[in-house]
Every structure is written in C-alpha cells, then in structure tokens.
Design a protein around this ligand. Structure first.
Ligand code: FAD
Length: 318
C-alpha cells in the first residue's frame, strides 16, 4: 500500500508529487499511457511560466517537472488509471496494464481537454496558427487577422481579449443565436475590432507551414468560401477529465471536481483534486502547479492524522 497516489502528469500532478515526495511519503504517480506530461506537451513556446525569462518549450518544461518529481523518490507508472474505488480508508486504483494499487490518499490531477472542431487541417496546424487559449497564445498574434470560433461566453471573452493584439478579430458562429451572456455579447459587439460571420462553420484549415486560410460553409445554404486568417482560436468548450470519478465524487455545475474553498479537499475524505480538473476559469500551468502544491499539503496533513494501524500497513507493504 502507498501513502499517496497521484493521477495525472501535468503541472498539477508533478508539483503535487514533488511536494509529497520531499515530505518523505514516496508517492506513486500514474502518468497516463500516451499523454505523459499533460497539455503543455502540445505547445511550443511557454512565455508566462515564472523562472524562464526567455520562455521555455512546453515539452522541456514538463520534462524538468518530471525529473524534479523523480529526484525526490516519486514512483512513476506510465499507464492509465482505468477504475478507482475512493470511499473508505484504503483507496483502490486499477490500471490498464500495470496491475492494481492501494493508497491512503489520492490526488486527482487529470486536467481537462479543449474541444476540437474535428475538421481537416486542425491537428496539423495546432500550434502553427491554431490555438485553444488566448491567454496563453494571444501575444503571438500581434497585428494579424485572426478568427475565433464559437458563440459562448468563452468565445466572447477570447475575442475581446485578442483585440489587444490583433489587427482584426472575426467571430465565426454556426447561427445568429449566441449562447453567450448578454453582457459578454454586448461588450464584444461594441468592440470595433471585432467582425462577425454568422451561420457559418469551419470545414477546413490550410496553410504551409502555418495557417493562412480557413474554409467556411454556410449552415443554411451549404455554400463554401475561403477567408484569409493567420490565427484561429477554437473556443467551443472544455471538458474536465472526470469520467472515472463522476459517480463517486461531487462535481460543480460547471462539471469540474468540487473542492472545499481554497483547499483541494473533495467530497470524499482522503481524496484531493488539483489543476484544471477543478478549474473552469483560470486553466494555466502556473495555477495548476500552485493547486498541485495545495493538494500535496492537504494530503500530507490528512495522512498525518491517520491511525497508526493504517500507517503501519503502508510501511509493511513497501
Ligand atoms: C495548446 C495549449 C497551449 C497552452 N499554453 C499555455 C501557456 O503558454 N501557458 C500556460 O500557463 N498554460 C498553457 N496552457 C494551459 C496548460 O497547459 C494547462 O492549464 C495545464 O497543463 C493544466 O495542468 P494540469 O496538471 O491540471 O492538467 P494537464 O496538463 O491536462 O495534465 C493532466 C494529465 O493527466 C492525465 N490523465 C488524465 N486521465 C488520466 C488517467 N485516467 N490515468 C492517468 N493519467 C490521466 C492526462 O493524460 C494528462 O497527462 C496551454 C494549453 C494548451 C492546450
């Protein structure tokens, strides 16, 4: 049996692991089988993570976080967690190929995934003109013509924010009925740098080596046309990775794991959550890392309060 099991290898998981390991609790961390390192593995320059004045490549940053977690004794399991049993003093964790594990505390740091449009050219040009995060990448698009795809609050927020950098921002939406709140929509409509193409969906992105063109289809007539754009922000939603836990743990209305105030404590004793999986708003590497630290400290305090009988099981098994 382990003291602490951490699920997820993004900034939240690795930061939690570094703290838990330095506290001498030898955590086990499940990285996932194919997405080791989390969302930052999908990006190039990260210019807003403190400590890197020249910026750092996303994969390099994650490699360093992994090494730091390992340096203090984190055991990495390069596998997916497929099932968990979270109630009771001893938490059960099943993996796809690496067997079953038990732990006294679990830190969930499974992150979230931006929804993709699923159209031609999107994956090939991801990070080469196509982005999902204006806070992260907006500054790379100074004086450019960019589009924002979506009709909700986050699309309005991204479009408005992007006008600080872009020459022109065009919002592309499938209908003329916007899900965005009235205030967000009005703020975007009042912005002279924002143009609107409604009743249109993106069917293809193209350009070599970076994005140059976006093919649109009219949702009423089916007619297609091509517009020029060197940047595209896809703002059609974000799904926290909560499927494994949704029947066992309380979620918020927004669908992220609910935690108690500024702590990482979930609705289940001994289960803590950190990073984008608890965050429907900020979703940055530094906020995820900070919340991983909080989860580690909460888990350490929880373990310290357990009975000698339970703690003896950990020592006996290791
Ligand atoms: C393209 C892009 C560019 C970005 N650029 C920036 C930037 O410049 N600056 C910035 O601050 N932020 C940026 N972000 C946001 C940042 O990446 C996230 O906020 C941050 O990675 C969240 O960290 P996390 O640890 O919560 O989750 P994640 O990084 O999403 O990591 C979660 C990990 O858990 C794993 N996992 C999920 N389920 C399981 C399971 N069942 N078993 C095992 N493992 C599992 C996942 O595979 C993943 O590896 C960017 C995001 C994207 C998509």
């Amino acid at each position: 049996m382990r003291n602490v099991a951490i699920i997820g290898s993004g900034p939240a998981g690795y930061t939690a692991a570094t703290y838990v390991a330095r506290a001498g609790l030898r955590p086990v961390l499940f990285t996932s089988a194919v997405e080791v390192g989390g969302e930052l593995m999908n990006t190039t320059d990260v210019e807003n993570f403190p400590g890197f004045p020249e910026g750092v490549m996303g994969p390099d940053l994650m490699q360093k976080m992994q090494e730091q977690a390992e340096r203090f004794g984190t055991e990495l399991v390069f596998d997916d967690v497929t099932e968990v049993q979270l109630d009771g003093d001893v938490k059960q964790i099943k993996t796809a190929y690496s067997g079953d594990f038990e732990a006294l505390a679990v830190i969930i740091a499974t992150g979230s995934a931006y929804r993709h449009l699923g159209v031609a050219g999107e994956e090939a040009l991801a990070g080469k003109g196509i982005s999902w995060c204006a806070t992260c990448d907006g500054a790379f698009f100074k004086d450019q013509d960019i589009i924002v795809v979506g009709g909700g609050d986050s699309a309005m927020e991204e479009a408005t924010f992007l006008t600080r950098f872009a020459k022109r921002v065009t919002v592309i939406h499938r209908s003329d009925n916007f899900r965005a709140s009235k205030i967000m929509l009005e703020r975007a409509r009042a912005n002279e740098k924002i143009e609107w193409i409604t009743h249109a969906e993106v069917v293809e992105f193209s350009g070599e080596p970076t994005l140059s063109y976006v093919k649109l289809r009219d949702t009423r007539t089916g007619e297609e046309r091509v517009i020029e754009a060197t940047g595209a922000f896809v703002a059609i939603g974000n799904d926290p990775r909560v499927d494994l836990f949704r029947d066992q743990i309380a979620l918020t209305e927004a669908g992220v794991i609910a935690v108690d105030g500024r702590t990482s404590r979930t609705s289940v004793a001994g289960v803590f959550a950190a990073g984008d999986v608890i965050d429907d708003h900020y979703r940055q590497a530094i906020t995820a890392a900070g919340s991983g630290c909080v989860a580690a400290l909460d888990a350490e305090a929880y373990i310290a309060g357990l009975s000698d009988e339970l703690l003896a099981q950990v020592d006996a098994a290791e």
